[in-house]
Write a protein that binds this ligand. Structure first.
Ligand SMILES: C[S@@+](CC[C@H](N)C(=O)[O-])C[C@H]1O[C@@H](n2cnc3c(N)ncnc32)[C@H](O)[C@@H]1O
Length: 212
């Protein structure tokens, strides 16, 4: 298990650096959401975690709390300017010790990177990258989730737009609507939409999924 104090200190550092060095600090899932991600991970105790959309690494560090010994989190992020900040945050959180890589950062488009992950399967996948691609992410990660594994998807309320009688026709809103409908209607999932911050979908994949 990782040291709790070390992780809290690393999270404080990441939060501060995010405000100092990026223009989009509102994308951070700090505070209550970070604590919820930590708790969910501690409950699941995953061996392998996949994160789509790492930003400055806050949620990745929170999710890493529940990693089993010898486990690893794979973090996918498209913005290469964030690489140094993410890796330093991982180092401070004790996720990159010599000889033991508890977190791996892969820079690139998640849709292009996922097919390169070989035969790796995951116990927990956190979806928080490009909202337009949420349905595609679902297709790409499903074959990699072990039976009984979990998906967490952030921003599924999309500022309440998906609940309107006439939702906007923009690509992001429509993609999240499609994602939510698929999750709610697929008998292979057990799920609940948690109305915390911008909406967090907690999904359990009941059995092995054959690629579509
Ligand atoms: C909402 S932020 C993630 C916040 C982070 N998970 C956290 O909680 O601290 C979304 C991130 O996804 C990244 N992103 C957007 N499109 C992506 C893609 N196609 N592949 C990988 N990352 C992507 C963005 O660069 C951004 O850093």
């Amino acid at each position: 298990m990782l040291q709790e104090d070390q992780i809290h200190e690393a999270l404080r550092w990441i939060e501060r650096q995010t405000h100092l060095k990026t223009k989009h600090a509102r994308m951070l899932s700090s505070g209550d959401q970070g604590r919820l991600l930590q708790l969910i991970s501690l409950m699941i105790q995953p061996k392998y975690i996949l994160e789509l959309g790492t930003f400055t690494g806050y949620s990745a560090v929170c999710l890493s709390r529940g990693l089993q010994a010898g486990g690893r989190l794979d973090a996918l992020e498209i913005n290469d300017e964030l690489e140094d900040l993410i890796l330093e945050g991982f180092r401070r959180a004790g996720l990159r010790e010599p000889g033991e890589e508890k977190a791996r950062l892969l820079i690139g488009d998640a849709c292009a990177l996922i097919p390169t992950l070989g035969d790796q399967t995951y116990d927990l996948v956190y979806i928080d990258a490009n909202k337009r691609d949420y349905p595609r992410y679902l297709d790409l990660v499903l074959p990699r989730i072990r039976p009984g594994g979990y998906i967490l998807a952030d921003n599924v309320l999309w500022d309440g737009k998906v609940l309107l009688e006439n939702p906007p026709q923009d690509a992001q809103t429509q993609a999240i609507l499609q994602f939510n409908q698929r999750v709610a209607n697929d008998p292979r999932f057990e799920s609940v939409l948690l109305p915390i911050r911008d909406g967090l979908y907690l999904i359990r994949v009941k059995k092995n999924i054959v690629p579509l």
